[in-house]
Design a protein around this ligand. Structure first.
Ligand code: FAD
Ligand code: NAD
Length: 468
């Protein structure tokens, strides 16, 4: 029987990063993945393929709607080729997942393909696709088994017309009318892919605003822009049934006035969140406990009830984000090596890759109000920036929330072109506990979108924005 210092179960961004860090720290490391490709949800059916399709559909929309304004004339018809878009996406995925194989080799990590299940706290059985099995011994185990799409109890996901994000990333035709249940990150990102390609898109959201966990100012601005892009947004709608009749999908919901609403489309994407994945893990055999929401229960060091077993990423509490899983992977590896790492969960940024992009870090205004924190706010509109006007990306704003007394930055919320990349400045500033004045005194290259961050900081420190 082979034995290891550490076995990692699951090869998503949590698992493979944990394995690399363990190997870097001198531990004999194994990684177990039930699928034949490494990379987990993020690389195979999540972050990377969704961004690949967002990029392709963005190019198409630009060619169709914006090139002419820029003085680029295309003679002949511009048509989207979905098959080609999907195969380009798959090529990007293949290249990225092969990159993980390279990293495993480079770090001398033993890769096992098969379903990992605990026999006890130090033995893991690996069941392979050909029906054979092998048992390995591990002094420590890191569970990084991720999550799967959630569903509503009354919905029969046929995966043809009533689909999850996984199928939405490989459709064979552009929907005529895509109904999306859930106005969160997946619903809006994938909704926008197909909207750009010509589908009618209707969002049905239970809460009273889209992206309901983000700052309300961002929800409002994104909602305004999406309506301009001709999305149909039905918030405060409770879905009661989803039925397929032939090639048609019928969604019935109750609106906030109690009226029954019927929406007919040809595809329905169910995007109401994700649930932790522990099927087949046989966690009980190792004494690992789950909480009431099916997540693996851990202490603040991500250690389970069984002290040599840790859990990270989507399968534990907290934001279901690739970079959060990665941070946790590094943290556990370093704990195992006897170090004392720390993660500030308040400073894990959240991004929605629609266009305009939405990005945030720290506290929202709603959270500060609820906590009774005295704060001040500075906001700057993208349209006032030279760079925004040059590229005609004028939607959105940057908002900085700072402590009223100390000026320390408590939250940064932005919507606009390149917000996904710009949020890094806010994270860095907050990691160093910067004040709004600190940012306002830093030189920002002109003309860039980042000038909006400086201007918002000026606005937060006494209404001093220079270009407002
Ligand atoms: P996962 O990536 O889910 O990996 C878990 C792995 O464990 C899987 O490969 C699974 O097969 C394997 N596994 C499970 N059980 C076993 C077992 N018993 N034995 C062996 N292997 C097992 N996050 C972002 O930060 N940015 C984004 O832009 C983004 N976009 C997304 C888009 C979509 C459409 C989706 C669905 C998700 C997106 N996410 C994004 C979320 C992100 O994918 C997850 O937060 C991230 O993948 C979690 O990483 P993980 O390592 O915890 O688990
Ligand atoms: P989400 O939590 O972002 O959004 C789900 C939405 O569905 C919420 O707005 C919720 O109010 C709504 N909802 C829940 N039940 C409903 C019901 N019965 N009827 C109508 N609406 C309902 O979840 P998601 O979009 O499915 O994404 C899953 C996870 O994947 C998220 O945790 C997210 O962090 C991650 N993800 C991240 C990114 C990114 O970082 N850009 C992209 C995609 C996914």
């Amino acid at each position: 029987m082979s034995s290891f210092d550490v076995a990692v179960i699951g090869s998503g961004p949590g698992g493979y990063v944990a394995a690399i860090r363990c190997a870097q720290l001198g531990m004999k490391t194994a990684i177990i993945e039930k699928y034949s490709t490494l990379g987990g949800t993020c690389l195979n059916v999540g972050c990377i393929p969704s961004k690949a399709l967002l990029d392709s559909s963005h190019h198409y929309e630009d060619a169709l709607k914006h090139f002419e304004t820029h003085g680029i004339e295309i003679t002949g018809e511009i048509t989207p080729n979905l098959e080609k878009m999907i195969s380009r996406k798959q090529a990007v995925v293949d290249q990225t997942t092969q990159g993980i194989n390279f990293l495993m080799d480079k770090n001398k990590i033993t890769v096992f393909e098969g379903l990992g299940s605990f026999q006890d706290a130090t033995h893991i059985k690996i069941s392979k696709a050909d029906g054979t099995a092998e048992v390995i011994e591990a002094k420590n185990t890191i569970v990084a088994t991720g999550s799967k799409p959630a569903n509503l109890p009354f919905i029969n996901l046929d995966k043809e017309r009533i689909i999850t994000s996984t199928e939405a990333l490989k459709l064979k035709e552009i929907p005529k009318h895509l109904i999306v249940i859930g106005g969160g990150v997946i619903g809006l990102e994938l909704g926008q892919v197909y909207k750009r390609l010509g589908a009618e898109v209707t969002i049905v959201e239970y809460m009273d605003r889209i992206i309901p966990t983000m700052d309300a100012g961002l929800s409002k601005e994104l909602g305004r822009v999406l309506k301009k892009q001709k999305f149909k947004l039905n918030v405060s709608h409770q879905v009661n049934s989803v039925e397929r009749v032939g090639d048609e999908v019928i969604v019935k919901a109750t609106d906030k006035k109690g009226r029954e609403v019927e929406i007919k489309g040809d595809y329905c994407l169910v995007a109401v969140g994700r649930t932790p994945y522990t099927e087949g893990l046989n966690a009980e055999a190792a004494g690992v406990k789950l909480d009431d929401r099916g997540r693996i229960e851990t202490n603040n060091h991500l250690q389970t009830a069984t002290t040599n077993i840790y859990a990270i990423g989507d399968v534990v509490k907290g934001a279901m984000l690739a970079h959060k899983a990665e941070e946790e992977g590094v943290m556990v590896a370093e704990i195992l090596a006897g170090e004392k790492p720390h993660i500030d969960y308040n400073l894990i940024p959240g991004v929605v890759y629609t266009w305009p992009e939405v990005a945030a870090v720290g506290k929202t205004e709603e959270e500060l109000k609820e906590a009774g924190v005295a704060y001040k706010s500075g906001q700057f509109a993208m349209r006032a920036l030279g760079r925004a006007r040059a590229s005609m990306n004028i939607e959105g704003f940057v908002k900085i929330l700072a402590d009223k007394n100390t000026d320390e930055i408590l939250g940064v919320h932005m919507i606009g072109a390149r917000a996904a990349d710009m949020i890094a400045e806010a994270v860095t500033a907050m990691e160093f506990r910067a004040s709004a004045e600190d940012i306002s005194r830093i030189s920002h290259a002109h003309p860039t979108f980042t000038e909006a961050i400086k201007e918002a900081a000026l606005a937060a420190t006494g209404d001093r924005a220079l270009h407002a």
